[in-house]
Design a protein around this ligand. Structure first.
Ligand code: NAD
Length: 269
């Protein structure tokens, strides 16, 4: 069965990659709709030509409602407010969602998943296979090294990124905190300045770099006296996220309503 997919935020950095990844995919995925925000001047433009390829006859529209009946799964890498509005519409029409948008508040996240009894939602802060494998390695490292090490997370992204720390860095912190039985809201330290005092052992530190065109680097440091373990992932192309999201869309089309993430898609749970 062909899975009919829509991409919203189609002209964005990730949207363009997703159009390309769907075109290359051999997983029975068919691009049927591309959506941009209402103010965009790109309505009516062929999405194949938008990415510098051949025309694919899927033109960009400015209202998801006009194409919602044509798709089984919506892939959404936009901004939290747009994703929330799209989720309402998808829930009303039984359209599953792959969500890559980051930067949701706790309340926005709750609203998003309030639709999980109606539709299947797969949300991941990072859809690359390498990062999802890194989550498993972090779980293992945290379980073995436990409370004997200081844990710090350093991430770098391009200058256009609007949220910090990255959703991936927060997910890494969450995996570690869960493994160690800590509450991330209580132990996270976001940047340090001035007279901070000595480091408390159970804190998890986050440091953010924003520069140039960095696609996404993450390093988790487990530091003891006398030795240090570092687990690093570096993304050099957004295609790694796009291919993962397309794989998630193919998988999600066959799932019951509910809340999923990339660990489910990869069979890591
Ligand atoms: P971007 O700014 O290049 O693209 C976002 C696009 O969404 C823009 O083209 C914008 O016009 C469009 N948009 C905004 N509101 C819209 C609406 N109401 N309807 C339709 N389109 C709308 O940003 P980006 O770098 O592509 O990143 C997008 C999001 O994806 C960010 O939250 C980013 O952190 C996240 N991201 C996630 C992953 C992952 O693997 N989960 C990877 C990369 C980026």
């Amino acid at each position: 069965m062909t899975v009919r997919v829509g991409v919203t935020g189609a002209a964005g950095r990730m949207g363009r990659m997703l159009i390309e990844a769907i075109g290359e995919s051999e997983q029975g995925i068919d691009l049927r709709a591309t959506i941009e925000r209402p103010e965009s001047a790109l309505a009516g433009v062929d999405s194949g030509e938008l990415i510098g390829g051949e025309a694919n006859t899927v033109v960009i529209v400015s209202d998801l409602a006009t194409v919602i009946g044509d798709i089984d799964v919506l892939i959404d890498f936009t901004v939290p407010a747009a994703t929330l509005a799209n989720a309402e519409l998808c829930a009303a029409h039984g359209v599953a969602m792959v969500i890559g948008t980051t930067g949701f508040t706790v309340e926005q996240e709750r609203m998003l998943f309030s639709h999980d009894s109606k539709i299947a939602l797969c949300k991941a802060s990072n859809f690359s296979t390498g990062v999802n494998l890194a989550f498993k390695l972090l779980e293992q490292a945290a379980a073995v090294l436990g409370d004997d090490v200081d844990i710090e997370i350093v991430e770098a992204h391009h200058r256009h990124k609007i949220d910090a720390p990255s959703g991936t860095a927060l997910s890494m912190g969450q995996v570690i905190a869960d493994t160690l039985g800590r509450d991330l809201n209580k132990v996270a330290v976001y940047g340090r300045e001035g007279q901070t005092g000595a480091r408390e052992r159970d804190t998890i530190g986050f440091a953010t770099i924003r520069a140039g065109d960095v696609v996404g680097d993450h390093t988790v440091i487990f530091a003891a006296d006398g030795e240090r373990l570092e687990i690093t992932h570096k993304a050099s192309s957004r295609m790694s996220f796009a291919r993962g999201a397309v794989r998630a869309a193919a998988w999600l089309a066959n799932q019951e309503p509910g809340k999923y993430d990339m660990q489910d898609v990869l069979g890591f749970k």
